[in-house]
Design a protein around this ligand. Structure first.
Ligand code: B12
Length: 224
């Protein structure tokens, strides 16, 4: 029963139970459930509950770590399924992705990277705690079209601006589009720091990346 399955998935994250999270994901794949449905309507809701309980002081850091572990276990099953969807398409664009300096949250960023890959983007994931200069150096190395910067803490959001500045300093700002995201990030913040766009979740991030690619290509003079 899909309804039950989704609520069990949600609960496995709240319980911080990697084995249950993993076997529920395997069952879902075997039953033909769309991986994105399992993620968005099951596991991510559990993560949201965990965040709320943590904020209310009803859960502590070790619980939150166990939940993150359970989420990773589920993703290890679902991620390859998502990737399969984009395996044989031409490259939609080159994206450099990472979490800002001082921040080690990675689950949302990984999800964004997976969905971008599933939609044909070539993704270079720099991981977590990444300084602006490192984003800029990688963007130059791989001739990135887009740099995507994640931040989950109100304190590390500010470092998204440092990435914008680092790209400017490297002379890359006109050739690279910048998108930002993460729970505390808003459209207004993106505008304030001079980024090109914000997306609230991984699926919207794909739409945004496609839109930014169109803008980028429209700005390039056609060769005769
Ligand atoms: C799991 C978790 C952790 C795990 C992270 C494990 C890991 N490997 O990632 C651990 C336990 C390590 C952790 C640590 C901490 N955490 Co924490 N954590 C969370 C929690 C519960 C869930 C985050 C998550 O994975 N969500 C699920 C994913 C799918 O959602 P998401 O990250 O928002 O990503 C989606 C969108 O935002 C968007 N997106 C994300 N990135 C990007 C990038 C781009 C380019 C785009 C376009 C879109 C996009 O798309 C994603 C997919 O849909 C949140 C609560 C919450 N609801 O956010 C707290 C939370 C973020 N943590 C918090 C805190 C306080 C901390 C600690 C400081 C705790 C402490 N005292 O040590 C440390 C910080 C460590 C550090 N320096 O980074 C606070 C932040 C408060 C604040 N306003 O700053 C939160 C909000 C909890 C709370 N309610 O208080 N945490």
């Amino acid at each position: 029963m899909p309804g039950n399955r989704l609520s069990n998935m949600r609960q496995s994250i709240i319980d911080g139970a990697p084995e249950t999270a993993c076997s529920l994901a395997q069952e879902a794949v075997a039953a033909g459930m769309a991986p994105l449905e399992a993620i968005n309507d099951g596991y991510v809701l559990g993560m949201r509950d965990v965040g709320e309980q943590f904020a209310r002081g009803q859960m502590f850091l070790p619980d939150m770590m166990a939940s993150a572990e359970a989420m990773r276990a589920a993703m290890s099953v679902l991620e390859p399924e998502l990737r399969k969807q984009g395996a044989e398409r031409p490259t939609a664009g080159v994206v450099v992705l990472g979490t800002t300096k001082g921040d080690i949250h990675e689950i949302g960023k990984i999800l964004v990277g997976t969905l971008l890959t599933a939609h044909g983007f070539e993704v270079h994931d720099l991981g977590v705690d990444v300084a602006g200069e490192k984003f800029a150096a990688k963007a130059r190395e791989v001739s990135a079209d887009i740099v995507g910067v994640s931040a989950l803490l109100t304190t590390t959001m500010r470092n998204q601006k440092k990435v914008v500045e680092a790209l400017e300093k490297e002379g890359l700002r006109s050739s690279v589009k910048i998108m930002v995201g993460g729970a505390p990030v808003t459209r207004r913040w993106a505008e304030e720091i001079g980024a090109d766009g914000f997306a609230k979740d991984a699926m919207s991030a794909v739409g945004l990346a496609q839109e930014l690619m169109q803008k980028k290509l429209a700005a390039v003079p056609t060769q005769t």
